[in-house]
Design a protein around this ligand. Structure first.
Ligand code: ADP
Length: 341
């Protein structure tokens, strides 16, 4: 798949009067077209700094950021502004213009881009329909709920037809139900318009819900990258385990050991099995890791095909819970008596 953003050895150091902060150290990332890529880390890990480096709102101290084959450091001011039009951003606190109506908020970037008022309003109306808020065109931001405000921000972000959408803690101020609806909207936009989405968050549940890939940032370093399923089922680093099992009973440390049980099962994915990252979700729901001993699956148009062999945790109750979880999702589960890899 074609790379859309390549981050090579990026470091960022803030030098203040009193102290120096190394916010990012040697970050390498490859984000491909059409992915929904999660960047997750605890507060202060360097996520916002990294996302700001992706559009050069923050210039890295070292390393390069290449967007669609263009090294951002080598661009003139005008070229940089042009490429920034391709990279839209939404924020935790929406950043809407409070004095303008919903429609005028969406028209704003189009007016800046020099579009005629009539055409801008036409486009803004289309965008409001996409985000499901047509009836609020004349309302002011203060009259909207948090979720509605974020929908307006998304419509505004899409106004200039960007190729990339950066979401910086875009759901962190929203309740869980609203979060789900906003994430569903983002997924829909990704699928319908092929926009690459980068989600910055401190919540694993957000990554689990829509991301295909994830990078874990810890103390300014990249701790781990991979598909969501890989990282969820086999978090290799302490930072990853802490995030995957956040909310667990032992302050995030239950993932320290891999599953040690002897029970092995084979799961068969058939045409009708849905491919939410099933294993990742199961691990999250049961708060215990399971080892993937063998995986031979393909994701064809969002549907999983193939089989997987899992080693379940020692704890019988948890093992049973996992089997029930998988069966509930209509997967074929077969117990393997003497699996020896
Ligand atoms: P996160 O988004 O993961 O919470 P940030 O990228 O905001 O983390 O911050 C990473 C580190 O860099 C923190 O220690 C923060 O204090 C520091 N930092 C961020 N921006 C600046 C800045 N403009 N000047 C000085 N230090 C900063």
């Amino acid at each position: 798949m074609e790379t859309i953003i390549q981050v090579k050895d990026v470091g960022k150091t803030f030098i203040g009067k009193e102290n120096t902060v190394e916010a990012l150290k040697g970050i390498n990332l490859d984000i491909h077209k059409g992915e929904i890529y999660g960047i997750i880390g605890m507060s202060g890990a360097g996520k916002s700094t990294l996302v700001r480096c992706l559009n050069f709102l923050e210039k890295p101290t070292t390393g390069t950021v290449v967007v669609e084959g263009k090294d951002l450091a080598a661009l003139s001011g005008k070229e940089l502004r042009q490429i920034r039009m391709q990279i839209a951003m939404i924020f935790q606190h929406f950043n809407l213009l409070m004095q303008r109506t919903v429609l005028d908020n969406i028209c704003f970037p189009l007016e800046i881009a020099g579009q005629k008022k009539k055409k801008a309003r036409q486009r803004a109306k289309e965008l409001l329909e996409i985000v499901g808020l047509s009836e609020k065109a004349g309302a002011y931001p203060a009259q909207l709920s948090g979720g509605q405000k974020q929908r307006v921000a998304i419509a505004r972000a899409l106004a200039t037809n960007p190729k990339i959408l950066l979401c910086d803690e875009a759901t962190s101020a929203l309740d869980p139900t609203t979060t789900k609806s906003i994430l569903a909207l983002l997924k829909d936009i990704n699928e319908k318009y092929g926009i690459t989405i980068i989600i910055i968050t401190h919540e694993m549940a957000v990554v689990q819900e829509i991301c295909t890939h994830v990078a874990i940032i810890d103390g300014g370093c990249l701790a781990e990258t991979g598909t969501v399923e890989e990282v969820f089922t086999r978090p290799r680093t302490r930072a990853a385990r802490k995030l995957v099992f956040q909310g667990g009973t032992e302050s995030g440390e239950i993932g320290r050991n891999l599953a040690t049980g002897k029970r092995c099962i084979r799961i068969v994915f058939r045409e009708n099995s849905s491919f939410e990252p099933v294993i990742g979700n199961m691990v999250l729901a049961c708060k215990e890791p399971a080892n993937i001993l063998l995986a031979d699956t393909k994701d064809i148009g969002g549907v999983a095909h193939g089989q997987m062999i899992l080693q379940l945790p020692e704890d019988e109750a948890v093992a049973e819970k996992m089997i029930a979880y998988l069966k509930e999702r209509k997967l074929e589960v077969e117990e393997l008596e003497h699996y020896v890899g």
